[in-house]
Design a protein around this ligand. Structure first.
Ligand code: ZN
Ligand code: ZN
Length: 265
């Protein structure tokens, strides 16, 4: 398998990038030379629940200017003749199972919306579990995943089953508390509601995450899910993490036929 798509890329527009070289033009230059067919730029932008400013006075969220820039990028790529197809999307947010920072209108406006359901490290805005045990985190993570899947506000569920936050260094301990049947049911729901599942090489470069994710992704294939691939790069220098995706797919029995039609190949 040769990876020819990257559908999770942050430019300098994402505040967590900090790399002035992380531009659409530079990404295209590097990946066109590698024979890539299409990429999707997914800077962070999400809608804000009412009252979040009152509850979280120190929280710096995405601003309307960010969306304005994303839409300008979309116009720009649509009128530019790049050597590969460039799509413009965004990575939105899940605050809690009842509150997702995205809308169907936003989904309509963009090519691909990534919905992460596990940014638990953002403790000031993302609901934390009441039960802090591994099993408590496992339940919490699955609840977020299913709510995100049912919301339909994203095209792709980004980097699923990564217990970011409190136990980020113990993914196996958390994932071991979720049974095969629970993964199968959740992934079947994700598929039924039309969500693709992301294979994220930024996560796979960690040996603990790589090992822990083989079981749920093998189950995802059995549940009939379709997949997208992305590096989650925030910098120009990290556009070299694609072989690990091919290796991971082969371990999980995922082939190119399992890739979502959203990825132009
Ligand atoms: Zn993310
Ligand atoms: Zn990201």
């Amino acid at each position: 398998m040769k990876i020819v798509n990257d559908y999770h890329m942050h430019t300098k527009l994402s505040p967590c990038s900090g790399d002035q070289e992380a531009t659409i033009e530079n990404f295209v230059k590097v990946l066109a030379a590698k024979g890539f067919k299409s990429i999707c730029i997914t800077d962070h932008y999400w809608t804000l629940p009412e009252n979040i400013w009152e509850n979280k006075p120190n929280f710096k969220g995405p601003f309307p200017e960010t969306l304005k820039q994303i839409l300008e990028n979309k116009k720009m790529v649509e009128s530019t003749d790049f050597p590969l197809k460039v799509l413009i999307g965004a990575e939105i947010e899940t605050y809690s199972p009842d509150c997702i920072g995205g809308t169907l209108e936003l989904k309509e406006m963009l090519d691909v919306v990534l919905l992460p359901t596990d940014h638990f490290h953002l403790t000031s805005i993302i609901q934390q579990p009441e039960d802090h045990s591994f099993a408590g985190w496992g339940k919490h993570m699955m609840k977020f995943f299913i709510a995100g899947a049912k919301s339909r506000v994203g095209h792709v569920l980004a980097h699923p089953f990564i217990p970011m936050g409190e136990h980020h260094d113990k993914p196996r301990e958390v994932l071991d508390t979720v049974s095969d049947a629970e993964f199968f049911d959740a992934l079947s729901i994700a598929n039924e509601y039309g969500n693709a599942i992301e294979i994220n090489s930024g996560c796979l470069v960690s040996p603990e995450y790589y090992e822990s994710l083989i079981r749920p992704f093998t189950i995802a294939k059995k549940a009939g899910c379709k997949f997208t691939v992305g590096s989650d790069t925030h910098r120009l220098a990290t556009l070299d993490r694609y072989d690990i995706i091919a290796q991971f797919c082969s371990e999980c029995g995922i082939t190119e036929d399992d890739f979502s039609d959203i990825m132009i190949r």
